[in-house]
Design a protein around this ligand. Sequence first.
Ligand SMILES: [Zn+2]
Length: 336
Amino acid sequence: MAFSELIGQSEAKERLGNSLLGEPGHAFLFVGPSGIGKKSLAREFAKGLLCSHPTKEGGCGTCPNCIYMREHTHPDYRELLLPSGEKNIKVADVRSKILSDVGILSQIAERKVYLIDADGLAEEGQNALLKTLEEPPKHVVFLLTVSDDSKLLPTVLSRTVSIRMTPNQENEVIALLKSKNPDILDDEAQLYARFSGGIIGYALTLMETTWLVDAWEELLDLILRFPELSRTDLLTDTYAFFDEEKEHFLDLIALMNMLYDELAILIVDPDSPNLHGESKKDKMISMIKKYKLEVSQVEKCSHILATAAKASRANANYEIMVCRMLLALKKEYIHG
Ligand SMILES: [Zn+2]
């Protein structure tokens, strides 16, 4: 493993690679949304920090340090992660696993590296760490990961070098999904990649079930049949689907937004590639023609979805909100 084996994040890798060749600081903060790969990148960087012959690409992969890291047995490397089911890392653990250990010299490497999940550090835990972050022993490097750095004390932020991680490109996520699951269909890989917003961990989680593909098919069918569905159909069968997926309402809205975006693109350019097989694309185009759909109507549909999402966040009555949304969307297909 080296930096190049982690996809994307070229700017972060460049900075980390340069610091491996120079004199790395004592505290780094990896910032980015959950699932983007902060810990994976931090672990690769840790390997580089402990390696006897690091390059810009990270650890050499062959020295004893790299081998211990690969086998998860390096005595100079520790991780303090949030235990599953817990809200915070215990302050006692910060003391016993980190603070009482930093003063002890490294055993094999020239440094000791601590990876800490700072999302699990409440203010008390951050305060406990602060003094050591201020004056770390020479041989110690802290790697903190956090999804929301506004939760960190300004004093913690000011003592760490921020490494910001950005969402990956759609094609990068697709390539990764295909490497993990060679049988995945092209349009499904694209759907996972697009829906994940370039967050690799999220795309991989999505791929574990068929929920996204099933919901996508269902909503595509709904959007194609809207004009034909009666008011009663919408308030019974269609509502039943939304009622079952109550927990995922905002995900459904996001999917419908993606579908309406595609519809808008097809109105402007029927040759544009999209997420569906040709048969579905043909159906979308014939619906556009039959109902003489215009981009302005699709834009109104997006507004209706945005209103529903807002109402959902404000805990509006679910049934009233969904039924109102469905009827409003249907109305947009009818001109005049
Ligand atoms: Zn090495």
